[in-house]
Design a protein around this ligand. Structure first.
Ligand SMILES: [Zn+2]
Length: 145
């Protein structure tokens, strides 16, 4: 026979467990309905950063203040450097293919560069000098890329 002092404690534990299960079920319901709402919301459409524009909650072009924000902006900066490297290769290729050996008149003359001819962070169009064939990103902090 168990001592009398333990009976209420076991009942309390049973109630606490039942309450925990109820809370768990409730949070599952809330999460499921939130996810359903998020799936139906048009704001959550996938945004292609190479095309321009950003959705609410995404990284803005202004300098980030938080450590994760700075890390994400640095990663996007690497993407900008990669875009510029590819655009420069396309310009060199177009120059070698041209009969008179001149650089293309504009970046729009390179259809392959259409998706990568702007900064993935600030969405500014890259500046291009047809005389020298140099291409740069005008986004603050990307000038030396
Ligand atoms: Zn850039």
């Amino acid at each position: 026979m168990k001592p009398v002092c333990c009976r209420p404690r076991r009942t309390e534990r049973a109630w606490a467990f039942a309450l925990l299960l109820a809370l768990l079920a409730l949070s599952c319901l809330v999460l499921t309905s939130c996810k359903k709402q998020a799936d139906e919301s048009p704001d959550t459409a996938v945004v292609d950063r190479t095309e321009g524009g950003y959705a609410p909650g995404q990284i803005r072009p202004e300098p980030a203040q938080s450590v994760p924000g700075k890390a994400v902006q640095r990663a996007i900066g690497h993407k900008c450097q990669e875009n510029l490297r590819q655009v420069r290769m396309l310009i060199m290729s177009a120059k070698m293919d041209s009969e008179d050996g001149t650089h293309p008149a504009s970046l729009t003359a390179l259809p392959e560069a259409a998706r990568i001819s702007s900064c993935p962070l600030g969405h500014e169009a890259y500046t291009y000098d047809p005389a020298t064939g140099e291409v740069h990103c005008p986004h603050p902090g990307h000038e030396k890329y």
